[in-house]
Write a protein that binds this ligand. Structure first.
Ligand SMILES: Cc1cc2nc3c(=O)[nH]c(=O)nc-3n(C[C@H](O)[C@H](O)[C@H](O)COP(=O)(O)O)c2cc1C
Length: 222
C-alpha cells in the first residue's frame, strides 16, 4: 500500500472476524515497528504478545472487573482534564461510535454492553502490550512508544489487518500482572489489539473528523 494511502485510510477497528492471525504476520508487523525512531536509538519499548486461551481469560476478567465496578488503576495516568475543545472531540467520537451501533443516548444497557465489549477488547484475537522499564525517563520513552505504536498500526493496516489502541486494556494492571509474567520493574503503558477487520460492520466504517490545520498550526515566517 502506498504510504499516504495507508496513513489516510487507517482507522481504529472495533469489530473483528473470528479468524486467527498467523504468528508469522504478527512477527513481521512487530519487526516493522522496530524501525520506529527513538531517542538515541534506545528503543525502550518492551512488547508482550498475548493470544489464545490466556488472552480469552484476560478479556473475561477485564470485562468482569468493569461490570463489578472495580476502580481503574492504570499505571500511566489517564487524561481526566481537557480543554473544552478536546472534550468536544472526545464526546463526538463516543457519539459516532454509539450511533454506528444504533445505541441511543438514553439506552443505558446498550451503552454498558458496548463498554463491556470494549473491555472484552472487541474480541480481537491478539493483544500487543507495551511495557517500559521503570528506570527510563518516562516522558521521552512515551514519545518512543507512541512512534512505535503508530508504525505498528500502519504496518498492520498495510497487511490487511485491523487494529485499535485500547486504554481499556490497561485499566486493571493487577489482572494483567496476575495472569502474565510482567516484572515489577516494568510499567504497563498501553495495549493495542489486532485481528482481521469485519469490513461490513458499521462501527468500522463511520465517518471520523480531524481538526482543520489552522486550528492546530502556528507558522512563523518572519
Ligand atoms: C492512547 C490511546 C488510547 C485509546 N483507547 C481507546 C479505548 O480504550 N477505547 C476505544 O474505543 N478507542 C480507544 N482509542 C482509539 C481512539 O478513540 C481513536 O484512535 C480516535 O478516535 C481516532 O480514530 P481513528 O483511530 O479511527 O483515526 C485509543 C487511542 C489511543 C491513541
Amino acid at each position: 500500500m502506498e504510504l499516504r494511502e495507508a496513513i489516510l485510510s487507517r482507522r481504529s477497528i472495533r469489530k473483528f472476524l473470528k479468524q486467527a492471525v498467523p504468528e508469522k504476520l504478527i512477527k513481521e508487523i512487530l519487526t516493522d515497528s522496530q524501525w520506529a525512531p527513538s531517542w538515541g536509538n534506545t528503543q525502550p519499548w518492551e512488547i508482550m504478545v498475548i493470544a489464545g486461551p490466556p488472552l480469552e481469560e484476560f478479556k473475561q476478567k477485564n470485562k468482569e472487573a468493569l461490570f463489578n465496578g472495580i476502580k481503574p488503576k492504570p499505571e500511566i495516568q489517564m487524561p481526566e482534564v481537557f480543554t473544552s475543545q478536546l472534550k468536544q472531540r472526545y464526546v463526538d467520537v463516543g457519539k459516532n461510535v454509539l450511533q454506528s451501533l444504533s445505541i441511543g443516548r438514553k439506552d443505558l444497557d446498550g451503552r454498558l454492553n458496548y463498554y463491556g465489549d470494549m473491555f472484552y477488547l472487541f474480541d480481537a484475537p491478539v493483544m500487543v502490550l507495551f511495557l517500559l522499564d521503570k528506570n527510563v525517563l518516562l516522558e521521552y520513552a512515551m514519545l518512543d512508544v507512541g512512534l512505535c505504536l503508530q508504525t505498528l498500526l500502519l504496518s498492520a493496516h498495510d497487511k490487511g489487518l485491523g487494529a485499535i489502541v485500547l486504554a481499556a486494556s490497561v485499566n486493571y494492571p493487577d489482572i494483567l500482572r496476575s495472569l502474565f509474567p510482567i516484572d515489577a520493574n516494568k510499567t504497563i503503558v498501553i495495549g493495542a489489539v489486532l485481528g482481521w477487520p469485519d469490513r461490513e460492520a458499521p462501527v468500522n466504517g463511520f465517518e471520523r473528523q480531524r481538526a482543520n490545520l489552522d486550528e492546530t498550526l502556528t507558522w512563523i515566517k518572519s
